[in-house]
Design a protein. Structure first.
Length: 95
């Protein structure tokens, strides 16, 4: 085991967390499983593997910037609960 129950209790104390005895056992077991998996990954030969920033290639999905007509002000205010001129009227939030 790489992580002991005492280490779990110590870290919980530092983080101001309180765990039951069952939770301490559970976290000790889970943390040891995580570290065992990391050890297994560390054994993989990656000498010819080029480092990448993402697991999959990402392409930008931006559309072309094209000038279009704006939304008609009357149409944009058609469902507004309250309007004043060409503006939405909203409750005052600053006194």
């Amino acid at each position: 085991m790489k992580i002991t129950r005492a280490e779990v209790e110590y870290v919980a104390h530092l983080a101001r967390l309180e765990f039951s005895e069952d939770e301490k056992e559970k976290f000790t077991f889970q943390l040891n499983n995580i570290l065992a998996y990391v050890d297994m990954l560390n054994q993989v030969d990656t000498t010819d593997i080029e480092p990448v920033s993402h697991a999959i290639a990402l392409n930008n999905a931006f559309r072309e910037d094209v000038v279009e007509d704006s939304l008609n002000p009357e149409l944009s205010l058609a469902n507004a609960p309250e309007a004043r001129g060409p503006f939405f009227r909203v409750p005052k939030v600053i006194e």
